[in-house]
Design a binder for this molecule. Structure first.
Ligand code: OAD
Length: 245
């Protein structure tokens, strides 16, 4: 009698600023975080952009320029290794707006909070690659409008991207891994609980410290992402060895 092939568990990774911290990209909260010295409503809301677009552009121009000074780290590379070697379903959802996952080779990646290296036109709605500074006088290469381009970043009060795909993945996920996120910004902060309610048995947190997100993790790996993520990836790959039927 043929033995049924083992079905590999479905993996979903959710990452936050802690994944890129050791590359030199500042996190948002905490001592030297980006929100230290900034009120979120001053830079990360549609109202802020309407009220003082120069200030908002300057904030994101600095972040975009800083990407030229950083490189992917061992944690980004380990996640890409898993994406390539895992025999089953794999999805990486990131709240990060940097491009370090792509530069490490990621393809099954969703940027739920947008991307620093993209701009969006409020007039023609076209989203385009953007490497340089944005100014209020910049013209849209697509429609020619002036002052219509904004960073393609999801601001507070706006709907994150890819929500339908994310919710679908959370319906069937077997192993959810949350890396370097403080778990205070919804809807991402609610993904652990949602996955648990849908029957996800293994919910792993990787962080410098326990965040206690809803108290819903089944496993914690506390330490820097560059150490803990490669170890976790090694363990996951070792845990599933498909047996021939
Ligand atoms: P936060 O700055 O809120 O949290 C970063 C988390 O990473 C914290 O829990 C740290 O303990 C952890 N951390 C820091 N360094 C680490 C390291 N080397 N290894 C492992 N963990 C480390 O960043 P996010 O949770 O990503 O949204 O923030 C979520 C959202 O809030 C962002 O996407 C952004 C922000 O406002 C928007 O701008 C819409």
């Amino acid at each position: 009698m043929a033995v049924p092939a083992l079905v590999p568990p479905r993996l979903v990774f959710l990452s936050g600023a802690g994944l890129s911290a050791e590359s030199g990209v500042p996190t948002f909260r905490g001592a030297d975080g980006l929100w230290e010295g900034h009120r979120i409503e001053e830079v990360a809301t549609p109202e802020a952009f309407q009220g003082h677009p120069e200030f908002v552009h300057r904030f994101y121009n600095l972040r975009r320029a800083a990407l030229k000074m950083v490189e992917p780290n061992a944690a980004h590379r380990a996640i890409v290794r898993l994406e390539r070697e895992w025999p089953g379903a794999f999805l990486h959802i990131t709240q990060n707006v940097d491009d370090l996952n792509e530069r490490a080779g990621a393809t099954r990646l969703l940027h739920m909070h947008g991307e620093l290296r993209k701009a969006r036109c409020l007039a023609c709605r076209v989203v385009m690659r953007w490497e340089d500074d944005l100014e209020i006088t910049t013209s849209c290469p697509s429609c020619g409008g002036t002052g219509t381009l904004r960073p393609d970043i999801v601001w507070f009060g706006e709907m994150p991207y890819y929500i339908d795909e994310i919710l679908r993945a959370l319906e069937t996920v077997d192993v959810l891994v949350c890396i370097g996120t403080s778990g205070v910004v919804y809807p991402a902060a609610g993904f652990v609980r949602m996955a648990e309610q849908k029957g996800c048995q293994k919910r792993i947190e990787v962080n410098l410290q326990s965040t206690g997100v809803d108290g819903r993790f089944t496993e914690q790996r506390l330490g820097p992402a560059t150490q803990e993520v490669p170890r976790l990836v090694e363990a996951l790959l070792a845990s599933f060895t498909a047996k021939p039927s």
